[in-house]
Design a protein around this ligand. Sequence first.
Ligand SMILES: [Zn+2]
Length: 109
Amino acid sequence: MGRAIGMSGSAQERDRGSVERALIHALHTGEDSKAFVRRILVNNQVIKHNYSYNAIQTHQCALEGCPCTFEVTIVPRQVLYPKYCESHRSEFRRKFHLRKMDAAQKYPH
Ligand SMILES: [Zn+2]
């Protein structure tokens, strides 16, 4: 595998850096109920780590009833990572999944 993750110095990288700094600050100061923090954590999770090199971790999809796992590349000094498997990174797909699960419980077979 060994895929390059982003290009350091790109605009996207700088944006993520400042979002992460604001997020970490909010978590440290107990302001984690702020709207922007909630917005970020809808799709992302904070993984605190001390890796000084890129490492692959396997995570379980955070969506209720989804058995999928996905690989996360842990990058030094980055704490923000996706929370859902690749099929469930959009809100639409998550709602669809939950509706299906709900229907299966109400009307088994
Ligand atoms: Zn999933």
